[in-house]
Design a protein around this ligand. Structure first.
Ligand code: HAM
Length: 413
């Protein structure tokens, strides 16, 4: 299928590393795992904005056998809000997620029809220090993976008080220059004038260069919110650039919006992740007025950025600790792998009574640190020969009872 892909071992070890690093990081900040369905009623996702490409053009929607109008999720925020409204957990409610999303886009490098995100959402606080926490967690994630060429872009989109007058001002400005905009934004101007600010086409960039900026037209509470958010990022030593054209592709945002750009990537697909506040969304989806903020980070883009920066991820994950080579009947392979695994070590073996040569070949291919060899002599003596497969240390023979300790000592765990 165009725009989809398989991930096989050993490449999937990189994905394991991305997920494990994220889970560890967000758990350390009090976020719990949220799992929601991959498909929901279409109406759940329509709330992300009737004027957005995600809803207008990219939705994978269909009518199921029960005549329900369903969509595969294009993102998780709407589902998280739906779950919040449905289960009314106590706030603050801080959750994280990882999984597939679906958008009918033209497939290209870094753009897929089924793609994967990790993300967080935090409900129940309008405190700008929460904005700082959320933005910082995304930043720390990239750093933990070893990415260095990431730029943080921050903007404020105002709120229900200061956005409408700003929008009217912008619309008036752009309407006077309608014929200088690209065709798409000429046609969609009244729908969503803010999107023209985000357009990458040279004609729109030129026509909007002197457009009024939301950041100069914030009401006082929004202005104070932005100032406190900026002060927090400064205090944590997180560098960022104010990007007044950052409006994002979903309609639910208020106040803080942000994006992480991968500077080592081709600029058309360099959004590694993004997010922002959505203080009105819970109310719009039928819940009590509750502020919210979150982000989602694209895993495919992160892998591209890691490649572009030459960072190895996942290779650092331990492969197997030991591979049992048993040509004395198979009992040792069965029992030793079980003992090692029970001790928390990673162990594998060959099956089907293969020849010693074939088993050693499998041991080499497995990436194990060592082979535990049991031939008829070792079996008779109740011993195991340990052959180093990486550094070529001399082979030693140890009593069966000492094998776990010896493997542990050698792999340092
Ligand atoms: P988004 O900006 O639409 O935001 O997507 C977040 C990230 O997902 C993008 O920066 C990009 O890395 C990745 N992504 C999006 N579309 C594709 C695609 N077709 N192929 C590969 N990667 C893609 C959201 O999804 C919001 N739910 C973020 C959020 C959470 N806002 C508040 N909370």
């Amino acid at each position: 299928m165009p725009g989809t892909f398989d991930v096989l071992p050993p490449e999937s070890r990189r994905w394991e590393a991305l997920l494990a690093t994220f889970a560890r990081l967000v758990a350390s900040a009090g976020y719990g795992l949220l799992i929601t369905p991959t498909f929901e009623e279409l109406s759940v996702f329509q709330r992300v904005g009737e004027s957005t490409d995600v809803v207008r053009k990219e939705m994978y929607d269909f009518v199921d056998k029960g005549d329900r109008h369903i969509a595969l999720r294009p993102e998780v925020t709407a589902s998280a809000v739906r779950a919040f409204v449905q289960h009314h957990p106590t706030t603050p409610w801080k959750v994280w997620y990882a999984g597939s999303n679906f958008r009918y886009e033209k497939p290209q490098a870094g753009r897929y029809r089924e793609f994967h995100q990790v993300g967080i959402e935090a409900f129940g606080s309008a405190d700008p220090d929460l904005d700082v926490e959320v933005v910082a967690l995304g930043w720390e994630y990239y750093a933990a993976l070893g990415l260095q060429q990431v730029e943080l872009l921050v903007n404020s989109l105002g709120d229900g008080v200061c956005r409408p007058p700003y929008r009217a001002l912008l619309l008036q400005f752009l309407a006077e220059r309608r014929d200088q905009l690209c065709l798409e934004h000429r046609a969609r101007l009244e729908d969503n004038p803010l999107r023209a600010l985000d357009c990458k086409k040279p004609e729109c960039r030129k026509a909007t260069a002197d457009a009024p900026r939301q950041i100069d037209h914030l009401c006082e509470p929004c202005s104070l919110h932005l100032a406190r958010t900026r002060a927090g990022l400064d205090a944590l030593g997180i560098p960022y650039r104010i990007e007044t054209g950052l409006v994002r592709g979903l309609d639910y945002y208020t106040r803080t919006t942000f994006e992480y750009a991968g500077l080592a990537l081709d600029s058309a697909q360099n959004a590694l992740g993004g997010g922002g506040r959505y203080d009105g969304l819970v109310g719009e989806m039928g819940g009590p007025d509750t502020p919210g903020i979150g982000f989602a980070l694209g895993l495919e883009r992160i892998l591209l950025a890691l490649d572009a920066e030459g960072v190895e991820t996942g290779a650092a994950l331990p492969a197997l600790d030991a591979f049992v080579v048993d040509f004395a009947g198979g009992d040792a392979a069965r029992d030793l792998t079980a003992t090692l695994r029970a001790a928390g070590l990673r162990a594998d073996r060959a099956f089907d009574g293969r020849s010693p040569k074939s088993q050693f070949k499998s041991a080499d291919r497995s990436g194990a640190a060592m082979a535990l060899v049991v031939g008829p002599d070792e079996a008779a003596a109740g011993a195991v020969a340990i052959k180093d497969l990486r550094e070529g240390a001399p082979q030693v023979t140890v009593p069966r009872a000492d094998v776990v300790d010896e493997v542990r000592r050698r792999v340092g765990r």
